[in-house]
Unconditional design. Structure first.
Length: 397
């Protein structure tokens, strides 16, 4: 029978976990293995022996740690390799294989995205719980603001009830200066900010801009206004976790390496994922996003950027010079028309690189770039890597 990778997740119907499972399955399919998702209701410690027996041979287990912790210690899995996703560095004494977000990179990406709107000040909102990743994102963001010589207000974690936190957050949001760019360390926190701002009549995006992390569509798109968010490469997280399992599975079946999965070399293994892209919604749109021409222009770009739509063609549709149109667009959104077009095109580039076997040479045409040279230049300036290198590092191609 083919080996199976078990994915022990923490919630049902979660889009992030669906992306993670897709990455696990991509690795498994390449090796002609199986991948099985085990729902959180059946992921109790007493359930593990039954799952390991039912899916024998088990190549390994990927354990989701949504809040940085887990109730499934590595001892439960015996000689079966276990990789923990988004675990706190100190979990189980740090002696676990893990895949986590590069939280410093997340904060850098957020600062770059928010700074495009040329805010008068910055602010950061930490998570409801005391979590390592929240601390890192907050500290890094504050350091970037300080380096830029800009003020940065912090809504720090505090042990308190939900009601006390909401009241404190309302007072804090009320005191923020106009044109302040707010970085919420995750989408749930961003949704809290948006709710409070709406209750005290502080307008987003007219007075404040707001950016979250995770692109939880159910939260972001139902919020008022819809919340812009940083999409992490969760598909890659699943793939990297599965690859760590594949390496361990191969090694532990080598003569003389029976206890490899319980050894320091495997427990010390780790990998990180970074931001994939910013999904821009109205919360970072600037006051001009509500101007009719900007909304129409953004919709046209979303529909036609991959068909080769240019800034010049867009300006002509609005019977405006390119220079004037771009100036008004930048005033409204904080970035140029070309930046918006390239952003939409790059969304499709990442999708083709991560989810298909599309040849590198065909991607420029599929995504609306004028040439391979233009795509390579834009992609390298945005990621620091070539398309081939990015795909190779993610196990693609």
């Amino acid at each position: 029978m083919s080996p199976t990778i078990l994915y022990l997740n923490t919630a049902s119907g979660d889009r992030i976990q669906e992306m993670t499972l897709a990455g696990i399955r991509r690795y498994a399919e390449a090796r002609r293995w199986e991948a099985e998702s085990v729902p959180w209701q059946a992921s109790r410690p007493e359930d593990i022996p039954r799952h390991l027996a039912a899916h024998r041979p088990v190549a390994g287990c990927v354990i989701e740690c949504a809040d940085g912790s887990s109730h499934l210690p590595p001892q439960l899995f015996g000689r079966v390799p276990a990789v923990y996703l988004h675990a706190a560095p100190s979990l189980y004494g740090g002696r676990i294989a893990r895949v986590s977000a590069d939280n410093e990179a997340v904060a850098r990406f957020a600062f770059r995205e928010l700074s495009a709107g040329r805010p008068a000040a910055y602010a950061v909102v930490e998570a409801v719980w005391k979590l390592d990743w929240s601390d890192i994102r907050s500290r890094t963001f504050q350091a970037l603001a300080a380096r830029a010589g800009m003020p940065c207000r912090v809504f720090a974690f505090r042990e308190e009830s939900d009601g006390e936190r909401d009241a404190r957050l309302a007072g804090w949001v009320a005191d923020l200066p106009r044109n302040c760019a707010v970085f919420a360390v995750n989408d749930r926190t961003a949704e809290n900010v948006a709710t409070v701002a709406r209750a005290i009549h502080r307008s987003i995006p007219h007075e404040l801009t707001l950016l979250g992390v995770d692109n939880d569509v159910a939260l972001c798109e139902t919020s008022a206004p819809p919340i812009s968010s940083i999409q992490l490469d969760h598909e890659r997280a699943g793939f990297l976790a599965a690859r760590l399992i594949g390496d361990a599975f191969a090694t532990k079946n080598t003569k003389g390496q029976k206890d490899f999965v319980n050894s320091v070399p495997f427990a010390a293994r780790s990998a990180t994922i970074g931001p994939l892209l910013a999904v821009r919604r109205r919360s970072t749109g600037g006051s001009g996003r509500r101007e009719k021409f900007v909304l129409e222009a953004v919709e046209m770009i979303r529909r036609e950027a991959s068909d080769g739509l240019t800034a010049m063609e867009l300006a002509k549709r609005f019977r405006c010079s390119r220079r004037l149109f771009n100036m008004r667009f930048r005033e409204a959104t904080g970035h140029s028309v070309l930046d918006e077009i390239q952003h939409v095109r790059l969304e499709k580039v990442f999708a083709l690189l991560s989810g298909t076997d599309t040849a590198i040479g065909a991607i420029a045409d599929f995504c609306g770039f004028g040439s391979d040279v233009e795509l390579r230049h834009v992609f390298r300036s945005r990621t620091g890597k070539s398309l081939r290198q990015w795909r190779k590092e993610n196990g693609r191609g």
